[in-house]
Design a binder for this molecule. Structure first.
Ligand code: GDP
Ligand code: ZN
Length: 458
């Protein structure tokens, strides 16, 4: 266990009526108690809250009226003694409180250090720690649900089951080799390995197949709006932003950055990207050519191509279709209140499998259908099936992909009739890779790097 006691402001800076300074470590109580004019905190029950005054250690004058929560380890987030000082004051007084506890021997916590301690002290595993980080960043309720499930240990449990299955197989094969009671031990081991490897392989594949959705919920759908001048791109942008409901959900102990370029469509965050200015772009093709604009557009998960119902399809429109060929897009035929000039059949032909939606943005018509189309495009309607374990973390996705590769190698080696111990190398590798997800086989440097991404005070 770490020796020193850490402290940080654990509420959003400048927000909210109550601010909290949190301490964790062996000396949390002994640092705060002499500063506290109220009950003797060394003598109170764990998990109780106490009103009192916080005194300046030098002048003994009152700095602030406070409520102090005393939580003794190991039943705390970090498994250490934790003290939370709640005060009403603004930024200045919270900072003052923090300064005082630092002057009494606490050390300013590094970003993510509370969570890191929870991990190091065995309170949570790595994927759960990462879930804390995701919670802080979650932009919609659905993204938050994924993170909560992960925090709950759902992913960890699944991953650990898979690891268990792999390691048992390896052990079993090991025993077979060491005690070859039968002549066909080699063949039996091959078969067992083949079966188990296949089983785990399919489960990893299933997890990965949901990863795209998870990633989208977590990071948002990178969306670009393109079209000729005057077709209604700005109007569309405004309509989408207008629809957005503010996301306010309070989870104790977490804060979230409000990022205004996100719009919330049916719980799915759309991130209106501005990669090299392609959001709301009128002459992208003309400006940088089909090839390059294609490259830029490829960085989007979704493209909204706006056309004008009141005009015939122009060469520019066709170029735009060319530029987004093979990408995920939705065609929005706008201005359906005008007399028809656009050949819809031709548009549908050009769009192929992609959806074509008609709107009259000026009359607020068609936005609902567009939202349906977006939700369907990315979630095929099953977004609410609550018991799915989504993998949304890029690090986890990469590890799962590497696990699949290792298992593929194992399967290939088995089918090629390679010696058992060679197959085992691949299986063991898969076991190690899965271990990195829960932080079992992960290196210290990676742990430091992961935790440094946290907000201060978490
Ligand atoms: P952008 O240049 O593609 O961004 O297009 P804007 O959104 O700025 O719209 C150009 C013009 O078309 C504006 O005068 C809008 O009011 C108008 N407009 C937008 N949507 C509609 C629509 O559905 N019907 C009609 N008749 N006009 C529209
Ligand atoms: Zn515009």
């Amino acid at each position: 266990m770490e020796k020193d006691t850490i402290a940080a402001i654990s509420t959003p800076i400048g927000e909210g009526a109550i601010a909290i300074v949190r301490l964790s470590g062996e000396e949390a109580v002994s640092i705060v108690n002499p500063l506290f004019d109220g009950k003797d905190l060394t003598n109170v029950d764990s998990h109780t809250i106490h009103y009192g005054k916080l005194l300046d250690p030098v002048t003994s004058e009152m700095v602030e009226e406070v409520m102090v929560t005393v939580m003794k380890g190991p039943k705390t987030f970090t498994k250490e003694d934790v003290i939370e000082i709640n005060c009403h004051g603004g930024l200045a007084s919270v900072n003052r409180l923090l300064e005082i506890v630092l002057s009494r021997g606490a050390r300013l916590a590094e970003p993510g250090e509370f969570t890191k301690r929870a991990f190091l002290n065995g309170r949570i595993d790595l994927s759960q720690a990462e879930a804390v980080m995701d919670l802080i960043r979650a932009k919609t309720d659905k993204a938050m649900n994924i993170a909560l499930k992960q925090l709950d240990g759902k992913l960890s449990k699944l991953v650990n089951q898979l690891r268990q299955s792999l390691i048992e197989t390896v052990a079993h094969v090991e025993v077979n080799i060491d005690y070859p009671e039968y002549d066909d031990v080699e063949e039996m081991s091959h078969q067992l390995l083949r079966e188990k490897t296949e089983e785990v392989y399919q489960e990893v594949e299933r997890l990965l197949s949901m990863a795209r959705q998870g990633k989208i919920l977590r990071e948002g759908i990178a969306t670009a709006i393109i079209g000729r001048p005057n077709v209604g791109k700005s109007s569309l942008l405004n309509a989408l932003v207008h629809e957005t409901k503010a996301i306010v959900t309070d989870i104790p102990g977490t804060t979230r950055d409000v990022i205004e370029e996100y719009v919330n469509i049916r719980g799915i965050p759309l991130r209106l990207v501005d990669t090299a200015g392609i959001r709301e772009t009128e002459d992208i093709v003309e400006k940088i050519g089909v090839e390059r604009s294609r490259k830029v557009l490829k960085e989007s998960d979704l493209i909204l191509l706006v056309l004008n119902y009141g005009e015939t399809l122009s060469d520019e429109d066709r170029q735009l279709f060319e530029a987004i060929k093979g990408l995920e897009y939705i065609v929005i035929v706008n201005k359906t209140d005008l007399p028809q000039a656009l050949d819809i059949d031709e548009v549908k032909r050009l769009a192929g499998n992609q959806k074509v939606i008609t709107t009259a943005l000026i009359e607020d018509k068609g936005i609902d259908q567009l939202e349906d189309a977006i939700a369907e495009t990315f979630f095929a309607g099953d977004i609410d099936s609550g018991d799915l374990t989504y993998v949304s973390n890029v690090r986890h996705i990469q590890l799962l992909q590497q696990t699949m590769k290792a298992l593929e190698d194992a399967k290939g080696a088995i089918d090629a009739g390679m010696p058992i111990d060679l197959v085992q190398i691949d299986v063991t590798r898969a076991w190690e890779l899965l271990g990195e997800i829960v932080g079992d086989t992960v290196q210290d440097s990676l742990i430091d790097q992961l935790f440094s991404q946290f907000c201060l005070g978490k």
